[in-house]
Design a protein around this ligand. Structure first.
Ligand SMILES: Nc1ncnc2c1ncn2[C@@H]1O[C@H](COP(=O)(O)OP(=O)(O)O)[C@@H](O)[C@H]1O
Ligand SMILES: O=P(O)(O)OC[C@H](O)CO
Length: 496
């Protein structure tokens, strides 16, 4: 029986998953890797460690399943997006650690570009808003900081890539330097209307074209892996940024369908079909993953801190032992007793886009306990998501019928119920929780013919639980007004 391998290279771990033609998972291997925080607001990854952990889990997966490597129909890749890497084409060695999507070091450069009035051109071409989140200013930072890098970039000695590019480069032994179009749409260098690198953007961010990979569709047989890596060559047949892969894995195939992933951050995407609408409410327009050669688009609201706030309760405050303990602790009190927690630990993403915001807790009294803080943390995640949903509905001009959810924190029933209540929209959790990896597996499976058609994958998606909104409208309005006040107090904090 043949199978597909999905490589899911996330912010905190590298994973490999094998899937059969019914969409059942044959095996999963996962390994965490080191997070580097060299300064306040900086986050880096060692790209060699990313590749080594990805290779290790893939080999371990292939060893653990009964099938032989020769039965692997293809590999699909999905990855943390925007994380920026430059390496030497000759040695294959990075010239600097990868600058992670969460990193805020280029905030002053972004503010300068915004002050110059560059935002409207950038938004019109890329669907993005100028922010340190994206690759453009990160590439410039590395080229300016590493001795001789700009000259070497111009002479074609260096290669830039997001993590999809880096994995494919290594999987092919340096034969292929490509980025899939969904990842390329997050660099701030690609025009989403023609799917090409854009000269005006390259000039604005001072990025030499010689650095850049070829842009390829998300669903295509690109190349084969180096035979020595897994004992024999396997086709690399699909690649998408993890949030676009999750939208595809959640079967949000029709315009208006939306999903939200609760991982380190929260990422809500809504299918726009073939129409690249511009947001009026500070959402992003991005390329969606699709087997259709005609480009598909999505609105995205990116929230930087979600599950990471629960990790902070665990590692920073030490008030829970594991992330899942937050649910019982939060459920031990009936409400937050007026406490609001805004988890703006690395600024605010959508819909505020305020890199100067910082985390805030308001409403603390002598009676506040760790349980109230735990509950306020979960509610803070949900309020951010509700703000994004509202912006998305305003942009779309229609109500989103249901929100499909996935990611680590989507397992938290209390959070999901509060989410449905505060958005007044049903929340639907599927049985298959590995939607990101499944999205990559579907892309590779469709490109190789392993999955014969879109219909064959649609039947794989099934509901596990539906959370119906139950809170009274007056209470929702009151809670959201209080949240808006708390949010105001966190904004612009660094520049106050
Ligand atoms: N039961 C839970 N309640 C709330 N948060 C949780 C729970 N379980 C896991 N998390 C959070 O989910 C995140 C991990 O989810 P995952 O989807 O693996 O994230 P990522 O892909 O960003 O690494 C962590 O930040 C963790 O704190
Ligand atoms: O690796 P994740 O799941 O935290 O996702 C990160 C996003 O792709 C960042 O844009």
């Amino acid at each position: 029986m043949s199978f597909i391998v999905a490589l899911d290279q996330g912010t905190t771990s590298s994973r490999a998953i094998a899937v059969d033609e019914k969409g059942s998972i044959l095996g999963i291997k996962q390994k965490e890797f080191t997070q580097h925080f060299p300064r306040s607001g900086w986050v880096e990854h060692d790209a060699n460690e990313i590749w080594e952990t990805q290779l290790e889990v893939t080999r371990a997966l292939l060893d653990s399943i009964p099938q032989d490597v020769s039965q692997a129909a293809g590999i699909g890749i999905t990855n943390q997006r925007e994380t920026t890497l430059i390496w030497d084409r000759r040695t294959g060695q990075p010239i600097h650690k990868a600058i992670v999507w969460q990193d805020r070091r280029t905030s002053p450069i972004c503010q300068q570009l915004i002050a110059q009035g560059a935002n409207s051109m950038v938004q019109e071409k890329t669907g993005l808003l100028i922010d340190p989140y994206f690759c453009g200013t990160k590439i410039g930072w590395i080229l300016d900081q590493v001795d001789g890098a700009r000259d070497r970039a111009r002479s074609g000695e260096l290669a830039f890539g997001t993590i999809d590019s880096w994995l494919i480069w290594n999987l092919t032994g340096g034969r292929l330097h490509m980025a899939d179009v969904t990842n390329a749409s997050r660099t701030m260098l690609m025009n989403i209307h023609d799917g090409q690198w854009d000269d005006e953007l390259l000039e604005l961010f001072d990025v030499p074209r010689e650095l850049l990979p070829d842009i390829r569709p998300a669903c295509q047989v690109y190349e084969e892996t180096e035979p020595s890596l897994f004992g024999q060559a396997i086709k690399i047949a699909g690649s998408a940024g993890d949030q676009q892969a999750a939208l595809f894995g959640q079967n949000c195939s029709r315009p208006g369908m939306a999903k939200n992933t609760y991982g380190t951050g929260c990422f809500m995407l809504m299918n726009l079909g073939h129409q690249p609408q511009a947001s009026k409410h500070k959402l992003l327009t991005t390329i969606a993953a699709s087997p259709d050669p005609k480009p598909s688009y999505a609105f995205e609201g990116s929230v930087f801190i979600a599950g990471a706030a629960v990790q902070w309760l665990r590692d920073g405050l030490g008030i829970i032992e594991s992330s899942s303990d937050v649910e019982s602790l939060a459920a031990s009190v009936k409400d937050t007793d007026g406490v609001y927690l805004v988890p703006a630990f690395s600024g605010l993403g959508a819909p505020q886009w305020d890199p100067e915001a910082r985390g805030t807790i308001v409403g603390i009294t002598r009676g506040t306990t760790r349980a109230h803080l735990a509950r306020a943390t979960l509610e803070g995640i949900a309020f951010q998501v509700a703000d994004v949903l509202e912006a998305m509905q305003n942009d779309a001009g229609e109500k989103i019928q249901e929100l499909r959810v996935d990611g680590g924190a989507a397992q938290n029933d209390l959070l999901m119920q509060f989410q449905a209540d505060i958005m007044q929209t049903p929340v639907v959790r599927p049985k298959m929780t590995e939607t990101t990896a499944m999205g990559a597996a579907y892309l590779a499976g469709l490109a190789t013919g392993f999955f014969p058609s879109l219909d064959s994958i649609e039947s794989i998606w099934e509901v596990e639980r539906r959370f119906e909104p139950g809170m009274k409208a007056t209470e929702v309005a009151n809670r959201r007004a209080r949240w808006a006040e708390a949010l105001k107090r966190s904004q612009h904090w660094e520049s106050v």
